[in-house]
Design a protein around this ligand. Structure first.
Ligand code: ZN
Length: 290
């Protein structure tokens, strides 16, 4: 069987997620949520180093003043990538152990957006939060089940968002100055045979790349037409998220999961980190500005 991707790391992660290129250090940051791990992959050496945290990191983003920020189940925390030391920045639903933070990214002004989800995945109790550079936090919208992919258009006018069980990619008008949202609408209706839309990134042509849990693909969508216009075929089913990286942002890195794979003997690479040359590049991802 031919695939479009190359295995980077046979990580066997239970839930590889949240890849993001750190362009200051030229490394890929990613998380293995269910094993409490933050990973730092350096393509120049081929070495992947990881830190084990005390709790699950739903996502990770670089921090402009150094290190990173992780979204733990009940808080945003600064993470020292050398020592693993955590410093709380703000609490998130700290009184609700039924919810945890999941996927999230920073907007072009360096505000960190992360949604929560019910760990049981059976209600719409999740909320999208915005962590501003002054460490203040505010809810932005709610009625979320599994908060996942989020990205911004390069002209900063649009935010794209996925709540997985809706099988939709929604868009909002985004006001860069105030960080406010308006005019929510659906731009892609994902066919159910593609399986669950998960993490998402955007390329320089404004097209959206989405990992599909259970779907054996990372797919490319045109938000103008709502059509799937390409993608890459993967050697394992649970494709979670993707990010453009490398010094010129021309490599698409893709995370996967071994969790909930029943025929693991038929998917020995499940949980691996992969890369693909997809003929289009991305751009610098935003660090947390606080
Ligand atoms: Zn996800």
């Amino acid at each position: 069987m031919a695939y479009d991707v190359e295995l980077v790391l046979d990580a066997k992660a239970r839930l590889g997620e949240g890849p993001i290129w750190d362009h200051v250090n030229n490394v890929l940051l990613w998380v293995n949520i269910l094993e409490n791990e933050v990973h730092i992959y350096d393509p120049a050496t081929g070495r992947d180093r990881h830190l084990v945290l005390a709790d699950m990191p739903g996502t990770i983003v670089p921090r402009a003043c150094g290190g990173a920020v992780v979204a733990l189940p009940d808080q945003f925390a600064a993470l020292d990538l050398d020592t693993g030391a955590l410093t709380k920045l703000a609490e998130v639903e700290a009184d609700n152990p039924a919810n945890r933070c999941n996927d999230g990214k920073c907007d072009p002004q360096g505000r960190l957006w992360t949604g929560t989800m019910p760990i049981s995945e059976d209600s719409t109790s999740g909320t999208m939060y915005r962590l501003d550079p002054d460490h203040s936090i505010r809810p932005m919208f709610d009625d979320i089940t599994i908060s996942n992919g989020i990205c911004w258009s390069t002209d900063q006018s649009t935010m794209y968002y996925i709540d997985t069980p809706t099988f939709k990619i929604d868009a909002f008008d985004f006001d860069p100055g105030t960080g406010s949202l308006s005019n929510r609408r659906t731009v892609v209706k994902v066919p159910e045979e593609y399986q669950w839309p998960d993490g998402m990134t955007i390329d320089l042509e404004g097209k959206l790349w989405v990992g599909h849990w259970g779907g054996w693909h990372c797919r490319r969508y045109d938000p103008e037409t709502g059509e799937c216009i390409g993608g890459v075929k993967m050697p394992c089913s649970n494709v979670t998220a993707c990010a453009f990286g490398g010094p010129d942002f021309s490599t698409l890195y893709i995370t996967t999961a071994s969790e909930r794979v029943e025929d693991i003997d038929e998917q020995p690479l499940a949980g691996g980190l992969f890369k693909a040359d997809v003929g289009v590049a991305g751009s610098e991802q935003h660090a947390y500005a606080g």
